[in-house]
Design a protein around this ligand. Structure first.
Ligand SMILES: [Zn+2]
Length: 234
């Protein structure tokens, strides 16, 4: 959760700065994460005061010691018991430890502590978490909306072969196993253009365009079904 800033794609100098929905979502996420981290820091300070007030061990922070050598095999790491409490303080203060370091790694612990304390801060904590989940859902929806797929209306924005501005419905996308990411775009005159997926962006189809595309698709399906029955008869 720590570093959620998104790198924006570099585009050829636009006339005016274009703020996309994706940019707005990324900015919202960044603001939320920043505010949430500030809130968590505050809670950690309160939690650590609480820990000290109850005589928690200052030296080991209630962990009971330190792991001197981290190995991939945890069992063979060297555990040194705290010189101050001799390891006796391990989780003694209601099972909680003093928190430090990376906040995002301790989010659950901080939440647990607030629940244990029946803290009114918990409401704010849950609001932040819910907001972050909602932003995540909106980001995934946005990615899905912008993903080029068969049946979506697209516009050619780059490339040399197909005129920029050509619009139509995507009728074919190369399988992921193809080295080139080609797509087929059927324009409103019925002509099909072949181009790279990266040359296109998804746009909104009008109701009329959508209806016509669906009708053509249905007509094609019926035609294919008819052809198949004729093949069987032969
Ligand atoms: Zn200790």
């Amino acid at each position: 959760m720590a570093n959620m800033t998104k790198t924006t794609k570099t585009k050829k100098a636009p006339a005016a700065p274009v703020t996309t929905w994706a940019d707005l979502l990324a900015a919202t996420r960044y603001e939320l994460v920043t505010a949430f981290n500030a809130f968590l820091s505050m809670v950690v300070a309160i939690q650590n005061d609480w820990f000290h007030e109850r005589g928690g061990c200052d030296n080991c922070g209630g962990v009971g010691g330190t792991m001197e050598h981290y190995t991939l095999d945890y069992i063979h790491g060297e555990w040194t018991e705290c010189s101050k409490c001799g390891g006796k303080d391990k989780g003694r203060v209601q099972g909680f430890v003093r928190l430090s370091g990376n906040l995002s790694n301790n989010v659950e612990l901080i939440g647990d502590w607030m629940r244990f304390m029946k803290s009114e801060l918990l409401e704010t904590y849950d609001e932040y978490r819910d907001a972050l989940v909602r932003v995540g859902i909106m980001e995934r929806e946005d990615e899905e909306n912008r993903r080029i797929a068969v049946g979506k209306r697209v516009r050619v924005v780059k490339g040399r072969k197909v005129p920029i501005g050509t619009e139509g419905f995507c009728i074919w996308v190369a399988s992921p196993y193809h080295t080139t990411d080609r797509i087929g775009v059927k324009d409103d005159t019925g002509a099909v253009h072949w181009t790279n997926r990266d040359n296109c962006e998804v746009i909104k189809a009008t109701g009329e365009q959508r209806a016509r595309f669906e009708q053509e698709r249905e007509a094609y399906r019926l035609k294919r079904a008819l052809e198949r029955t004729q093949e069987v008869r032969r």
